[in-house]
Design a protein around this ligand. Structure first.
Ligand code: LMR
Length: 340
């Protein structure tokens, strides 16, 4: 199935290269008068609920953009995997069927190894440190690493730090042995779960609740806002407050679409993205803490806080993952991020 999909994607991307060439040629013939009356639609599907950091920031972006260009630019947001899952949205964006995405950095793994740094366990202690790295020259370079593959990065949006949830209290890495963990489409996350003796299963977010409910998987890792809004706390008796990794997004547009926009719209949309980014990233942590509070109040799931010694054991068990991916990511980049 996977191979077929990859083949299908490769074929589509092959066609895309020809299609992009044609479109670019057409774009050059657009005259100014036509551009001033043209209307533009930005279709923006994503997988999380409207109340999550991504859901709220996308909505803010829509409001800012439409207020700036009334009647000229419309932004259609499709939350909660309503239109498609993330894997399909990567393909749809590259193919120009949708215009904007905010997909978890972990899920670009088949397109670039450059984002693997964001998945290294216990590299970033909190969102402030991630933001510092993303704002640095090394971080800003990452916005452009997959432009040639059909993704122009405009910004990074935060979700939050990840927690494990499971059928038992996972106080020590040994407690995870033999459990089936849902992970995002990332080889680093696969290695991370293998490092603690778990069995990693790559799966789309929209399928996780049912997989937990039916026992197809035993455990998962996600942010408080996703654990709450996707209702994982209803079917996972324990959530371990590990903060062992980061979930954030690359906000990207199709480069051909982007270049085809009139200059005033392109710069106005870019400004709306920047404004929404600052607004959303500033409240991501609070949204996650609020979600943590809701999980706690629900009484459906017990929150396990780990001691410093227990956290050190997780850190030690997962440390080999850094070495495993050092050649892909670059020792200097890891050093730059870990010294922040
Ligand atoms: C996941 O699949 O768990 C996350 O990527 C969801 C998200 O977009 O926050």
């Amino acid at each position: 199935m996977r191979d077929l999909r990859d083949f299908h994607t490769a074929m589509r991307l092959g066609v895309l290269v020809m299609f992009v060439g044609l479109l670019s040629a057409c774009g050059n013939t657009t005259d100014e008068g036509q551009a001033a009356t043209e209307t533009y639609l930005i279709k923006f599907p994503h997988v999380t609920a409207p109340g999550t950091p991504k859901g709220r920031t996308a909505q803010r972006f829509k409001e800012l953009t439409e207020a700036r260009f009334p009647g000229r630019v419309a932004v259609e947001i499709y939350p909660s995997s309503q239109l498609m899952n993330d894997d399909d949205s990567l393909e749809a964006l590259a193919f120009g069927e949708i215009q904007m995405i905010a997909v978890s950095l972990s899920k670009f793994d088949r397109l670039t190894q450059a984002f693997q740094i964001f998945d290294l366990p216990f590299l970033f202690p909190d969102l402030v440190t991630v933001e510092e790295f993303q704002a640095s020259p090394a971080g800003q370079d990452l916005l452009n690493v997959i432009t040639d593959k059909g993704f122009q990065g405009l910004a990074f949006w935060h979700n939050g730090m990840k927690q494990f949830s499971g059928p038992n209290p996972l106080r020590m890495p040994e407690d995870a042995r033999g459990l089936k963990f849902r992970i995002m489409e990332s080889d680093v996350l696969q290695a991370q779960v293998q490092a603690i003796g778990g069995n990693p299963q790559k799966m789309a977010l929209g399928e996780v609740y049912q997989a937990l409910q039916t026992g197809a998987i035993d455990a998962q890792e996600n942010t408080w806002s996703n654990i709450y809004s996707s209702k994982f706390y209803e079917v996972q008796p324990y959530v371990m407050e590990t903060n062992h990794g980061y979930i954030g997004y690359l906000v990207a547009v199709n480069p051909t679409f982007w270049q085809s926009l009139p200059d005033d719209i392109r710069s106005g949309v870019q400004e709306a993205v920047a404004e929404a980014t600052a607004w959303g990233n500033a409240q991501a942590e609070a949204i996650n803490q609020q979600a943590r509070g809701h999980v706690e109040e629900s009484g459906r799931s017990e929150i396990i806080e780990l001691t410093d010694d227990e956290l050190t054991s997780w850190r030690t068990a997962m440390a080999p993952v850094w070495e495993q991916f050092e050649a892909n990511i670059g020792a200097e980049r890891i050093e730059a991020a870990s010294s922040l």
